[in-house]
Design a protein around this ligand. Structure first.
Ligand code: SAM
Length: 242
């Protein structure tokens, strides 16, 4: 999983390459994100927030927050304070700007930070969220264990991530789109030839369904549920720290 990196010719580690890639595409990220997913990502995010809201968390840590879209959407859960961390300085800078313009600085704070060495003490948050981020972690187990550590007892982790559709017809259509059209469009718009080739490759190489649930369980999470979205193109996983 960690062998799938954005830049084939680079000898840098996955974390460094991922940070470089997101720094490069940051100015175009929001536009590309919503365009390439035809806006469906917004529906998936809303569904995840509705599931989180049931747990009425007062504090949320949004890991791999990027430009802060999930952190902003998470306000709808009723949380009082949302903290977002990301390894890409440029993504965070764009997110901070957005939050300032929206006048949300009192409730959302974004900063740089690494999922594999989270800068907060044990048992700091009621909920943790990761939207389209776990696939990019250099070491998934370390990241999940860190998320478990910073949650309070009774806290929940909500992960939203791409998965592999099981229906052969849907899989065929999805693979055609993500292996051909998406890299072409991504290259044209983002200016980084590797970024949108890495996306489908990293989805293919990433554990989904039961395999991802096993990673969560091994990291300490319990009562894990999965919600497959849009023919299984994405999945929401929720686990508890009991
Ligand atoms: C596809 S973006 C998702 C951003 C945002 N969560 C969203 O839903 O739009 C993935 C993000 O994961 C971040 N990331 C990757 N590895 C990370 C790590 N180890 N710690 C923190 N952030 C990481 C990247 O910098 C990037 O901003």
């Amino acid at each position: 999983m960690s062998e799938i990196k954005p830049y084939r010719d680079s000898t840098a580690g996955k974390k460094e390459q991922v940070a470089t890639m997101f720094d490069r595409i940051a100015p175009k990220y929001d536009f590309l994100n919503h365009t390439l997913s035809f806006g469906i990502d917004k529906i998936w995010r809303r569904k995840a927030i509705r599931l989180i809201a049931k747990y009425t968390p007062a504090t949320i840590l949004d890991v791999a927050t990027g430009t802060g879209d999930f952190a902003i959407a998470a306000l709808k859960s009723g949380a009082k304070k949302i903290t977002g961390i990301d390894i890409s300085k440029e993504m965070v800078a764009i997110g901070q700007d957005k939050i300032k313009k929206m006048g949300l600085e009192e409730r959302i704070v974004l900063m740089t930070g690494d999922s594999e060495a989270i800068q907060f003490p044990d048992r700091s948050f009621d909920a943790a969220t990761v939207a389209f981020g776990v696939r990019n972690f250099e070491n998934l187990s370390v990241g999940l264990k860190e998320l478990f550590r910073v949650l309070k007892q009774g806290g929940i982790l909500c992960v939203l991530e791409f998965s592999k559709p099981r229906n052969p017809l849907v899989r065929f259509g999805y693979n055609f789109y993500s292996n051909n059209l998406m890299p072409w469009l991504g290259r044209k718009i983002s200016g980084d030839p590797a970024a949108y080739t890495y996306l489908p490759e990293s989805v293919q190489g990433f554990p989904d369904g039961e395999n991802f649930i096993t990673f969560m369980r091994k990291s300490g999470f319990d009562k894990i549920r999965e919600y497959r979205l849009t023919f299984g193109i994405a999945t929401i996983y929720i686990g508890e720290k009991v």
